[in-house]
Design a protein around this ligand. Structure first.
Ligand code: UDP
Length: 333
């Protein structure tokens, strides 16, 4: 593909940093806009960083007036389902209102291709599994609603303004770049694999298993874990498809394999060789029992093939990041 100029909103976050690395490796030019509220400047692999908020129209005007962009990718959002229930307005402001400002600026400046980080949370409690893209979207949390609302806004903008977009519905993003230089660092951390590995690394005492009586084979929730670099690869293919004239659509991104919380903990014990104490805890409100993607649409239409599919391989890559000593920490024995 010819080299494109790509505006990346939220390029300093977990998925954003892996994406920027992949874009640069594919020969594209990258400008990241990130307010660094949760992102990390020091992890940005390259390109130019504009520190600021996508909800700030003056900032976007400066960036977009100063340079022509072929496409945008949008990762800048708040991502905690539980927090979104407690603080819905934060989510509607961050994820919907700020996105509207970004989309308005893209339309004003004639940027006609956008890749949007959506989520399996748009589906809500699944009626059938694995979940296909035509499954009804009935989000069960404000977070899920924000992602679905943006998808709707983008579909309307394709018709009215010629802004073509792909909504990539991530299942459970996990793992880290094999270089060991990039990985997941949320404060506070709420995701299962990083928390389990923090226990393995001795930074936490135990992992709580949220719910043991779900209607699943071992009673714990089942999720579809997908390597972050496989997500990045799907974005590159989606970008290529949009550049080739493909219409707006949505794709599920997952491995189409479900793993229970207990299986994740067991796999992490094997990968790390550490005991990882676990305790049973009440279910987390709003957690569907099973979320597994049917991802054949992305495979068929984009030619996407995940490269790091197995749970042990995903966990091993994450362990390279979480298991590494951090500055000021005692060395592992
Ligand atoms: N989970 C858990 N203990 C934790 C964190 C998560 O048992 O400390 C469970 C959670 O209930 C869900 C699964 O692990 O069933 C994956 O949760 P995560 O927050 O990583 O992703 P989500 O599926 O909510 O997007």
């Amino acid at each position: 593909m010819t080299s494109l100029s790509v505006l990346v909103a939220g390029g300093c976050g977990y998925i954003g940093t892996h994406m920027v690395k992949a874009l640069l490796a594919a020969g594209h030019r990258v400008v990241t806009v990130d307010n660094l509220s949760t992102g990390h400047r020091e992890l940005l692999p390259g390109g130019r960083l504009v520190e600021g908020d996508i909800g700030d129209p003056a900032l976007l005007e400066r960036v977009l007036a100063g340079e022509r962009f072929d496409a945008a990718m949008h990762f800048a959002a708040a991502i905690e389902v539980g927090e979104s229930v407690q603080a819905p307005l934060k989510y509607y402001r961050n994820n919907v209102a700020a996105t509207l400002t970004l989309v308005e600026a893209l339309v004003r400046h004639g940027v006609d291709k956008l890749i949007f980080s959506s989520s399996a949370a748009v589906y809500g409690e699944p009626e059938t599994t694995p979940i296909r893209e035509d499954h009804p979207c009935r989000p069960t949390s404000p977070y899920g609603h924000t992602k679905r609302m943006v998808e709707t806004i983008l579909a309307d903008c394709a018709r009215a303004h010629g802004l073509r977009s792909m909504a990539l519905r991530y299942f459970n993003a996990a793992g880290a770049d094999p270089s060991g230089a990039l990985g997941e660092r949320h404060h506070p951390e709420s995701h299962l694999i990083p928390l389990v590995l923090e226990v393995a690394a001795g930074r936490r005492e135990r992992i709580a298993i949220f719910g043991t009586r779900h209607p699943t084979p071992d009673g714990t929730c089942v999720r579809d874990y997908i390597h972050v670099n496989d997500l990045a690869a799907a974005h590159l293919l989606a970008l290529e498809a949009l550049a080739g004239g493909a219409p707006s659509t949505a794709y599920n991104l997952g491995n189409s394999r479900g793993h229970s919380v207990r299986e994740v903990i067991e796999a992490a014990r094997r990968v790390t060789g550490r005991p990882i104490p676990a305790v049973e805890a009440p279910p987390r409100p709003g957690d569907p029992a099973i979320l597994v993607a049917a991802s054949d649409k992305a495979r068929r239409e984009l030619g996407w093939r995940p490269a790091c599919e197995t749970l042990p391989a995903i966990i091993a890559s994450a362990w390279k990041w979480h298991g590494a000593p951090r500055p000021g920490e005692p060395q592992f024995q």
